[in-house]
Unconditional design. Sequence first.
Lengths: 86, 396, 352
Amino acid sequence: MEVQEVIKNLKSQIIEQLNLEEVKPENIDANAPLFGDGLGLDSIDALELIVLLEKNYGVKIKDPKEAKAIFASVQTMADYVVANSK
Amino acid sequence: MSTRVHITGIGIISAIGNNIEETFLSLSECKTGIGKINHLSTIHKNDFLVGEVKQSNEELSKIAGVKNYNRTTLLGLIAAKEALQNSGIKNIKEARTGFISSTTVAGMCHSELLYKDFFENKTNENFIDSHFSGVSTDDIAGIIGIDEYVTTISTACSSAANAVMLGARLIKNNILDRVVVGGVDALSKFTLNGFNTLMILDTEWCKPFDENRKGLNLGEGAAFLVLESDEQVKKSNKKSLALVTGYGNANDAFHQTASSVEGYGAFLAMQAALKVASISHQKIDYINAHGTGTPNNDSSEGIAMQTIFENKVPKFSSTKAYTGHTLAAAAAIEAVISILSMQNNMIFPCLNRSAQMHELTSSPVSVIEKNVNLEHVMSNSFGFGGNCSSLIFSKN
Amino acid sequence: MEVYINALSCISHHNTIDDDFFFEDIPSIPTSNSLQVTAPVYKDYIPANTIRRTSHILKMGISAGLMCLRKTGKEQTDAIVVGTAMGCFEDTDKFLRSIGDNNESMLTPTSFIQSTHNTVAGQLALLTKCHGYNFTYVHQNLSFEYALLDAMLLLKDGEAETVLVGGVDELIPPLFELFDRAGHIKKTENNNEPIWKSKSKGFIAGEGSAFFSIGNKSTDSSIAKIKGVKAIQKLNTEGELSDHCTAFLNELNLKKEDISLVLNGASGDSEKDKRILNFTDTLNLPTAYFKHLCGEYFTSSGFALWLATNILKKQRVPDSIIPTKFSGALKNILIVNHYQDQHYSFICVSAC
């Protein structure tokens, strides 16, 4: 799996899963923060993203405390997926 | 508004016992009722520990003396009947009597078994008339014969505390002479899976107020209290078990499920309860905390307690490691446990706790305490939607 | 104790989000057996970050509540009390289906988190930063009545000066199917008479959200006053509804003749409406109907109160809701409601 490919897919998957109707994939900067500033996601979204990673990439995050670092940006998410998917 | 609010009867069923006697025995032996899932049909049977009532629905039907009701109604009926019996009420209609119940998922334990098949047209067995929250209240009220003022509250995990609060206000306003108040929730796949998606379930025994706590154990059960006015108690010449002297409800207004770091809603609820009770915080001898064992709740609640009690937090413990988190029923179950504490001069400790929480200067009671005089006891319950409630019980 | 309605809002099948809308030229037979709401522009009320994950009932409940609050000119209220019998059924349905479809695995939290019945009240508190009293009643057809009774008690005791109180329930396809297969819904081919003359079983299903800002003092903006509310858990004998009515009016120091108009909650089910129709017949007062406008749902009393308040404000009764044209002054309106011949209630609302 190529990181760039994962980044591309993640952008549209995140928009769909979190129902970000007004956002287009091309508007999401892969390195911009997802939480707080940037896309302004919150803790409920973090839980949704945990399921997204498991469902689409078979990657399981067992401890929600790890999620903060993994979900810092689309780039960090993609890196994690590539490093951990079977 | 000069009448006091007397608690004249209690009834309870949970993982630690089917009645007051069994409950007290488990508590005084520090025996948890949490264990492996037995009755609930779920793929997670071996993943989580829960506080399940030991009896099957058939067995509960026998205890309740009725047939063809769902688990929620059975649990509620058993506890309500015990409360009425404990209160010595023989003729329900002799005074203006109300019934206030509460629940989060009501008939879900039955509906969820049929849901998929119903919509795939594999069954026509319809659950619509038993699903909704008010139905188990209607059923229980109908069986015990109360029809003057009957209602159902649903504010997540603070529900039953709010039922107690409403009951007390109705008595103080001379709208009712007596009222049976409490709550009920049965285990369901819906709630087990729901809390699992929030990643706040512990796969082991929960550790309220422990630094290394991982989450909660779900539970089920029901509890009811009979509240009566001064005049009604005098008329029937009975002794009250305790008084409801304080109550408060406030909203954290921070997040749908998480509590604010400083526990502002909890602080406001406790402050309101103390104001209604007209006592200073120094008079509280013991707090039965919400203490679910989740990282968020115990931290937020602990900080709120330290704030309101000005860092001199009275003895406190959570009893959720005995019963599990029984959702809407929790506040009523814990109210009954608080009454048992007061009656028997005992404080039931936090179980499974060993490490001090770094953000708190106070520690909960971790070993059972006997011969403690408890004049005023506070019981707290906090739910989703920022709903925070606090009750104060006092010796008569 | 009387309380004052200082602002109100309603989302219903008709264009009730427009304050001037008043049911001119509305057919007396509903256009279908399922009346969905005419929605406002939800993003005018609910922030984008919240709206993306809110279900139907949350959109209706939150926006009607905020719409009402906006009309008071204040950003805050002292307390929030909501009645909803079915709660967040769309979220409940979503979560239940995913449990079944995915065999209890890979489930997402949002629909569970928002399925609790007090989510409307909780979100209103969150969005207005209201730390005050916050209760939700879920007692079937009396949910709104008990919310109102609680709100009035808060005002009486001085626990609050203003309360935002509302009733909301949603109608989504799975719910309609559940009601339909249980035999509760009127068959389309039978939907051919006004509900007060219905000869067939089943009701017209509906949904809606009505919110009121009520206070314990009369102000320049007070529109009407609620004189009393009565919730009846059970009727044991034939004449008991009349007896309850007499007792209710006595408590309010009113005689039957003081009632200008009765607003009857008949649903179109000829079987289940027998008692409520007989009752208003024997009262022999001008009687109007409302469920052909909003449909049957557990918190329809909220819609009825909104309608009654507007009738008092405008001092006229729309032709589409009353078989015999109404003339005369409107002082006191008595709303009588039920659900399937159970859980009867009275609300008395009067001109200021």
